[in-house]
Design a protein around this ligand. Structure first.
Ligand SMILES: Cc1ncc(COP(=O)(O)O)c(C=O)c1O
Length: 395
């Protein structure tokens, strides 16, 4: 097989002249930290998701942390999370001296199991202060069921919407659900600001608290203290806040990306359909679920499952790497991470542990062409046909 020259990484950012123009505009304006472009990005994002408030932050991790902080999560509390997620979802509970209660996921959708949420509630009751489901790959979690549980037990929901900027549920944008949702604009995300995050909420008080805690504990609009009309030396902390804001340089990228959302999404849809066609007859590759009864996928990552038990998934990744293809895992279960396994050795989640050795994320981004995807398909076929990643080797 002829090896391609250029490394095909999992995803590269799609930055057009529009983003560059917007960043230059920020550079020329004199506002490069938090300023008018951040405010404009927040407003446009809130409008797109149909919510009252959007608070821009330095990452989704920061957004999850601040969301949990303003719900008052603290020492001795419990927080429900899925184990198939990026570590941040659970790390933020640990950072607040709370305990994450891991749930298994559905093997098809990779989203949190409602039964496991119920089981934890039976055991820990009112000590549970939040449920943090993830919309994995942008496929909405079972929001109807989660809302029922949340309302019945009075436990607020923070949705980890890191993958779900373009996702909707019951024809409403995903940011409208739960007490708050946390989005990511990391470099490989479907909408990027390099690094960045957003909290959406319809709750005025929560929004205000998020602003306070993420910006030194200073009152609303204190970033304007450097402008001529608002200059005042007397900005005072109301709470001992953190410094986790987005900057105007990043928001400039976000504004341009948001304007290009239809283009970005339709390109992704096309590439995803291309992959789906490639693998529709495969008996060793299972393709992702794109739609549930009410949830519409946001096309973030393309996660396949290896159905042939004789394939060593890690070896497959190495073989793909030799052919200049980068892959990833979304995700290695958090409860199997060094820190968590040591601290919570009794956690056993069979579906996630089955998935652990079978999931594989293939390259997907709007900069890639059909021929890039063909190369991925041909490489997978080549490795499979030549048994390069098989556990059983014949001599
Ligand atoms: C499900 C999930 N949650 C949270 C995060 C954290 O996002 P960020 O890198 O913006 O902090 C990620 C990052 O990839 C993620 O995939």
């Amino acid at each position: 097989m002829k090896i391609r020259e250029k490394f095909l990484s999992l995803a590269v950012p799609d930055i057009s002249e529009e983003e560059k123009k917007e960043v230059m505009d920020a550079l020329d304006s004199g506002w490069i930290s938090v300023g008018p472009k951040v405010k404009e990005f927040e407003n446009k994002f809130a409008e797109y998701h149909g919510v009252k408030h959007a608070v821009a932050l330095s990452s989704c991790t920061a957004a999850l942390f601040i969301a949990a902080k303003v719900l008052g999560i603290t020492k001795g509390d419990y927080v429900i999370v899925p184990t198939i997620t990026w570590q941040s979802t659970a790390n933020i509970a640990e950072q607040l001296d709370a305990t994450p209660l891991f749930c298994d996921v559905d093997v098809d959708t990779l989203n949190i199991c409602s039964e496991d949420i119920q089981d934890h509630i039976k055991q820990y009751g009112s000590k549970i202060k939040a449920i943090i489901p993830v919309h994995h790959s942008g496929l909405p979690a079972d929001i109807d069921e989660i809302t029922k549980i949340s309302e019945k037990h009075g436990i607020p929901v923070i949705y980890d919407a890191a993958h779900a900027v373009f996702s909707s549920y019951r024809n409403k944008m995903i940011g409208q659900y739960g007490a708050m949702s946390a989005f990511s604009f990391y470099a490989t995300k479907n909408l990027t600001t390099g690094d960045g995050g957003m909290i959406t909420t319809n709750d005025d008080d929560l929004a205000e608290q998020c602003r306070l805690w993420s910006y030194h504990g200073l009152p609303k609009d204190s970033w304007k203290r450097y402008s001529a009309e608002n200059a005042s030396p007397h900005v005072q902390s109301v709470v001992p806040g953190y410094k986790l804001n987005l900057t105007d340089l990043q928001a400039a990228l976000g504004l341009a990306q948001l304007r290009r959302k239809e283009d970005l999404l339709s390109k992704r849809n096309f590439l995803v359909e291309t992959y789906n066609k490639f693998f529709e007859d495969s008996d060793w590759i299972d393709t992702p679920v794109f739609q549930t009864e009410h949830g519409k996928w946001g096309n973030h990552v393309y996660v396949i499952k290896i159905l042939d038990d004789d394939i060593n998934r890690d070896r497959l990744m190495q073989e793909l790497r030799k052919l200049n293809i980068g892959t990833n895992l979304h995700f290695y279960p958090v409860h199997k991470n060094i820190y968590y396994e040591k601290k919570y050795p009794d956690v056993k989640l069979p579906a996630s542990e089955w998935l652990m050795d079978r999931i594989l994320t293939l390259p997907l981004c709007t900069k890639y062409s059909v021929s890039d995807l063909e190369y991925v398909r041909d490489s997978l076929d080549y490795i499979y046909e030549n048994r390069l990643a098989n556990k059983t080797q014949f001599v």
